[in-house]
Design a protein around this ligand. Structure first.
Ligand code: CUA
Length: 316
């Protein structure tokens, strides 16, 4: 992405450089307008000063449609251009590269809880290998928080009851600040952390040093049995419920006639608010698990359901 960005704008990620360039663009267009206004202001102030007898004060200015229309159109286009530029950067953050490592983040008062696919957990830290992109799948356990990494120019509000995603691919190893950028209570200012970008070999070592009770998907599998989900969602079940194998990433037809892609957001909503996500041709029998599953458990079950479709994330 954005390979044309000048070299003097390094940035910690390609996105960071792109945001910096947009900022320079905004500054430059703002500066140009400012310059034009002040130039005209000065010009008129000098020309129409009290002592200037050359100034033609009775001159009637004729309305010029050419000027009126072209000035309005030009500024409209220029500023719409800035909007398109910014919107494209924003939308790009929703579109993670296919090879990105999924990392689950749960925000709560007052910490960031991070879970890796291998089952590794950390608090207020996110370790990752250099060269990889990380795709964040974020939710909040209580109030609105905001996941903010200034060096990567990434800030995403994490709203309770919803799933937020974002991604980044650092260019250098290092340690970067993580902040909560939404006032979330007493210790909001202490809800900070670090993103640790390591050489791939060092990251592998770090992963193997962590205390793990099975992969995220395996932990999810245990919960799946514990909550009795298989009682309906399995081939031998007496209650007819849609099979979950191969669900992730597919388009699902819903009973209200709409279609949705079964991503993390969909799976989470289907567990918490099943009535809104009844698959076409099925009875609305599923109970809501709102308040019965913690955010951490939701993350694990989602990882399990994903793994049923994607062998790369399968329980090992
Ligand atoms: Cu969490 Cu501020």
């Amino acid at each position: 992405m954005q390979t044309w960005i000048p070299l003097w704008l390094p940035g910690e990620t390609a996105h960071a450089s792109a945001v910096d360039l947009l900022f320079i663009g905004l500054l430059a267009s703002g500066g140009l307008v400012l310059l034009l206004l002040f130039a005209l202001l000065l010009r008129f102030a000098i020309h129409y000063r009290a002592g200037n007898t050359d100034a033609d004060r009775d001159h009637r200015i004729k309305k010029s449609w050419t000027w009126e229309v072209s000035w309005t159109a030009a500024t409209l286009l220029a500023f719409l251009g800035l909007f398109v530029w910014g919107a494209q950067l924003y939308l790009n953050l929703q579109d993670a590269p296919k090879d990105a490592l999924p990392v689950y983040v749960v925000a709560k008062q007052w910490m960031w809880k991070v879970q890796h696919l291998g089952g590794q957990r950390e608090i207020n830290e996110l370790h990752m290998p250099l060269g990889s992109a990380v795709r964040l799948i974020m939710s909040s356990q209580d109030v609105i928080h905001s996941f903010f990494i200034p060096a990567f120019r990434i800030k995403r509000d994490v709203v309770p009851g919803a799933t937020q995603t974002s991604w980044f691919r650092p260019r250098k190893p290092g340690v970067f600040h993580l902040f909560c950028a939404e006032y979330c209570g007493t210790d909001h200012s202490r809800m900070t952390g670090r993103i640790v970008v390591m050489e791939p070999a060092g990251f592998e070592q770090w992963l193997s040093r962590q205390d793990v009770t099975g992969t995220l998907a395996a932990q999810g599998g245990r919960l799946f049995r514990q909550f009795g989900c298989g009682g309906c969602h399995s081939s031998g079940a007496t209650v007819r419920a849609p099979t979950l194998a191969g669900l992730y990433g597919k388009a699902v037809s819903l009973s209200d006639g709409s279609m949705e892609i079964a991503d993390e957001r969909f799976i989470r909503d289907a567990i918490l608010k099943p009535r809104g996500k009844i698959a076409a041709g099925y009875e609305p029998l599923m109970p809501s698990y709102e308040g019965k599953m913690s955010e951490d458990e939701l993350v694990q079950i989602t990882a399990y359901i994903k793994a049923l479709a994607d062998p790369a994330e399968a329980p090992r």
